[in-house]
Design a protein around this ligand. Structure first.
Ligand SMILES: Cc1ncc(COP(=O)(O)O)c(C=O)c1O
Length: 463
């Protein structure tokens, strides 16, 4: 319908025309066309949709009412399992009591309570929590805090950010700039200036079929010294890495790598940021991977598991000294010009508090730690299947690399994912040539076996 130009139509007719438009919207067909799916091949999805309509504990249920064992905790987030009663009840209570409270200039009590609970889980003096709504926002927040921190201390020349090849830090411009996944970067212009990258820590030749942290590869941390020599430490603000690179296919840190990186950062006054959006809240058997590795970063980003995926939430945990560096100047002046309308949303805080209670009461981080060897053994049973090139495990996460099909990168893993969903009743994640698995931490031993049996059958079926 042609849009009338303002002034070309009497007001009464314009009103009725707008009402017509609204009516047309209400009667719009509920089909697959309007929705543009994120990180999904839309045309192939719409030819054979994978629709999920409900979930409980370890299972999703498809639109045709098939139970699907969740091998991926949604997108690495439902660590406490699905639709857990205490989380659902807490969200309901919060929705009835306080729908929204402004995040700037005002606050609500649950925000302080959750900040304290998250800080208590973090190691060392990581005691200050800045909330946002996703992992991408958490990363951009951490990068901005790092830059501003140096600025307020009079070291404004420290503007350079160092990421890592194959790193994933979400989809904001900051995150894709420090990230190292080609397709996430190459379509989006010149990105942030002044970013450099460490090399990825993976080598199939030296690390294939490793359970846990590979022995080979700590020396990759020394590349930071090379970047310092190239750029000068006085220009470098921060290094950001995932303690275990998840989205690129589960690459555990080599033994000693994170410790070496910490030492080099200390030597040169560079902030170390651990992006724990995946590794936070139990995935590696600890509240944060920082604890597993005995390394205290300066900033930790988190999201996903903080609410077990039930309501979007993310955040950054900062060391005391970073927070305190901002607490200067006149007290009526904002110290950090950054924040989001939906930071510390009351529903997210309620979900977060109930989720942390569940992690504590059901000892889910310890459970993940105890299940790790069993999970790794079950994963390695897939070794030798057609097209399986490598299997890497750490905590309750595994990456299974598959051989590419000639001329069709990523197709085999995509076919395994489709087959697993349609025929085997298990949810897996296809990331490039890798099948990634990361079940909720409530997974039973029998369900671990079931996941790998089903994935094994799907791999064989698509060869
Ligand atoms: C390490 C890491 N950082 C950031 C993100 C981005 O999180 P979100 O998708 O919530 O923006 C992810 C998402 O998987 C992630 O794995």
């Amino acid at each position: 319908m042609p849009v009338p130009m303002p002034g070309t139509m009497p007001e009464s007719e314009m009103v009725s025309d707008m009402a017509q438009t609204r009516l047309a919207t209400v009667t719009a067909p509920n089909d697959l066309e309007s929705y543009w799916l994120p990180f999904t091949p839309n045309r192939s999805f719409k030819r054979s949709p994978r629709l999920i309509v409900r979930a409980k504990d370890m299972h999703y249920y498809s639109a045709d009412n098939r139970a699907l064992l969740d091998g991926t905790a949604g997108l690495w987030c439902t660590n406490a399992g699905h639709n857990r009663d205490p989380i659902v009840a807490a969200i309901k209570r919060a929705a009835e009591q306080l729908d929204y409270s402004p995040a700037f200039q005002f606050a609500h009590p649950a925000a302080f309570e959750l900040a304290g609970r998250v800080a208590a889980l973090a190691p060392g003096d990581l005691n200050r929590v800045f909330f946002c709504n996703s992992g991408s926002e958490a990363v951009d927040t951490a990068l901005k805090i790092a830059l501003a921190y140096h600025n307020v201390r009079g070291e404004g020349s420290r503007t350079r950010l160092i990421g890592r090849e194959r790193g994933y830090h979400g989809v904001g411009f900051g995150g894709i700039s420090v990230g190292g996944i080609v397709n996430n970067r190459k379509f989006f212009g010149s990105l942030l200036a002044g970013v450099d990258h460490l090399p990825a820590t993976y080598s199939r030749e030296h690390q294939a079929f490793t359970k846990g942290e590979p022995q080979w590869g700590a020396h990759f941390a020394d590349e930071l010294e090379r970047l310092v020599a190239l750029h000068d430490a006085a220009t470098i603000a921060a290094v950001i890495i995932e303690p275990m690179a998840g989205s690129t296919g589960v690459l555990p840190a080599p033994q000693g790598y994170l410790q070496r990186l910490r030492a080099i950062c200390d030597r040169h006054g560079i902030l170390l940021i651990f992006d724990e959006v995946i590794t936070g809240f139990g995935r590696l058997g600890y509240a944060f991977a920082a604890e597993r590795y005995g390394v205290v970063p300066d900033l930790i980003t988190f999201a996903k598991g903080v609410t077990s995926g039930a309501v979007p939430m993310g955040g950054v945990i900062a060391r005391d000294g970073i927070y305190e560096a901002f607490m200067r100047g006149p007290e009526h002046v904002i110290e950090l010009f950054h924040g989001y309308t939906y930071s510390v949303h009351p529903l997210a805080c309620a979900a977060g508090l109930a989720t942390l209670d569940l992690y504590r009461d059901e000892k889910l981080f310890d459970r993940a730690k105890a299940l790790e060897p069993r999970f790794a053994d079950a994963a390695m049973t897939l070794r030798g299947l057609p097209g399986v090139l490598d299997i890497r495990t750490v905590g309750l996460a595994v990456g299974i690399d598959l051989a590419s099909r000639a001329g069709a990168p990523g197709l085999r893993a995509y076919q395994v994912m489709e087959r697993a969903f349609q025929e085997e009743g298990v949810m897996v994640r296809a990331a490039g040539e890798t099948i990634a698995l990361s079940p909720p931490l409530i997974v039973s031993e029998a369900q671990i076996d079931e996941i790998f049996d089903k994935v094994g059958r799907a791999i064989k079926a698509v060869t």
